[in-house]
Ligand binder design. Structure first.
Ligand code: ATP
Length: 459
């Protein structure tokens, strides 16, 4: 990864893992690869490898389970990436979705004006070399595309700049086709595209990325109560999946950052070597989105209360976060290099991922690969376990090396088949974080593991 302006601005004085270590682990162990690498890559676009896709799916499924499946008043949709172009006029993106950029005339670095310290903006001074900055220039972030094949009849539209617009577009259909009533929420996980002018810091700022959104529709008189409710819930949700709880905080938006319709807004922020950075936004959207789409489409999107017959445009609480930032923050949060100790003479790199999110849940290891009984028993157990969870069978190299390989990818449990297994059908179960080993009857292993890797979340 190249040194970006964003990194230069970071504080860098916190004892956090350098992003380069995460990038290297991701490439080495098959979590994330640069996209089109053999052609030199495309800045801000990545592919996910065999372990990455498992971790990503687990993160998404956990969000979906805790937001949609365990809430009676929340349903889900999956909208398309391409929509009618008028959507982006109504949303304000065509006109206002811009970044203002300045260049340093001296060192030629480029900065987003909203990422510069206030005094540098006032003094028009580069934060790195002190050189003079150019006048800000505006760049629209929307990615254009065209529908149709006949030149002249093709319709220009956009790859969606934020996933949540589909929720407003489908709001009325959901209302009419399901049994929800206000207050209720619609969730979606989906790709978004932005021509970011300063992509960088690995998955943190990409041009193609994925968002998860909840849009919660309420009566205006209940807005504050639901805003507070989702704000707390989302914070607790993030807290529940990380180890370093002190690296999480809320940051209220200042008056200059607030949209004109918003009474308040908060970012859930996580602290890395880049400093405190947004992970998810909790936004007071009021009736802005549904009013705009009513106005631009000519369709009445107001709601009639079935009991009081009151008619109104619902207000919206939005929680909008990034799947990729979650992926990156979880790896940063989990990564640890342990020096040699009594328990492990060589030292190890360990990913202390929450077991329910870890890409591989268990590795089954025969103590030696040249003893047929050990290998057969291990393969049998592995084929039972892989029906229940992601299990890996590994017989290559000595047992200590194999444990370390699993530690590095965050596998919470290793099960070793040894000579005692052949006598009494017990196995060694080794736990990743403590490296503690216990012996269990082999037939109890599935239930033991299932209990420890299951979804776990309650508010
Ligand atoms: P930022 O200020 O960092 O540009 P934003 O305020 O524009 O972010 P939103 O539009 O509120 O972000 O998007 C919601 C979430 O989507 C963010 O909290 C973040 O987790 C994620 N996100 C936004 N832009 C990107 C990106 N370029 N790459 C990866 N994730 C992103």
């Amino acid at each position: 990864m190249t040194q970006t302006e964003e990194q230069t601005l970071s504080t860098g004085d916190t004892p956090h893992v350098p992003i380069e270590k995460i990038v290297s682990l991701c490439k080495r162990r098959g979590f994330v690869y640069p996209n089109s690498e053999i052609y030199g890559g495309v800045s801000g676009i990545y592919d996910f490898g065999p372990l990455g896709v498992e971790l990503r799916n687990n993160i998404r499924r956990f969000w979906w389970w805790s937001m949609v499946q365990t809430n009676d008043n929340v349903v889900g949709i999956e909208g398309s990436i391409i929509t009618h172009p008028r959507v982006w006029e109504a949303s304000g993106h065509v006109e206002n979705f811009v970044d203002r950029l300045v260049d340093c005339k001296n060192c030629k670095r480029r900065f987003r004006v909203d990422h510069l310290p206030e005094e540098n903006v006032k003094q028009n001074k580069c934060p790195v070399c002190g050189g003079e900055l150019t006048e800000p220039r505006k760049f629209n972030l929307m990615m254009e595309t065209y529908i149709g094949v006949v030149e002249g009849e093709r319709m220009k539209t956009y790859l969606r700049g934020e996933a949540c617009q589909n929720i407003y577009l489908d709001y009325d259909n959901v209302l009419k086709s399901s049994r929800v009533q206000i207050p209720f929420g619609i969730c979606q996980i989906g790709k978004a595209f932005r021509n970011e002018v300063t992509p960088g810091n690995f998955l943190f700022r990409q041009r193609e990325f994925e968002q998860w959104d909840l849009q919660f529709f309420v009566h205006p008189s209940e807005m504050q109560q639901w805003f507070d409710y989702w704000k707390e819930r989302r914070f607790e949700w993030y807290k529940s999946i990380i180890t370093h709880k002190d690296r999480l905080r809320f940051r209220p938006h200042g008056p200059d950052e607030l949209a004109h319709y918003a009474k308040q807004a908060f970012d859930v922020e996580y602290q890395t070597i880049l400093g405190w950075q947004e992970w998810e936004g909790i936004h007071w959207r009021q009736d802005w989105d549904l009013s705009r789409h009513s106005e631009y489409s000519g369709q009445d999107l107001s709601y009639t209360d079935p009991e009081t017959r009151e008619r109104y445009i619902p207000w919206i609480v939005e929680t909008s976060g990034g799947v990729d930032r979650t992926f990156l923050n979880l790896l940063i949060d989990a990564y640890e290099e342990e020096p040699p100790s009594g328990k492990d003479k060589e030292g190890r790199t360990v990913l202390r991922l929450n077991p329910m999110l870890a890409p591989v849940k268990v590795a089954v290891l025969p103590l030696q690969k040249n003893r047929e009984e050990l290998v057969t028993t291990a393969k049998e157990l592995h084929s039972k376990l892989r029906r229940l969870m992601v299990s890996q069978y590994d017989e290559v190299s000595n047992i200590g090396r194999r444990y370390r390989r699993q530690d590095e990818i965050g596998t919470p449990f290793c099960v070793t088949i040894d000579f005692t297994t052949l006598e009494d059908s017990t196995v060694t179960v080794r736990e990743r974080d403590s490296m503690a080993q216990i012996r269990l009857p082999m037939n109890e292993v599935p239930a033991y593991l299932l209990e420890r890797v299951r979804w776990d979340y309650s508010v």
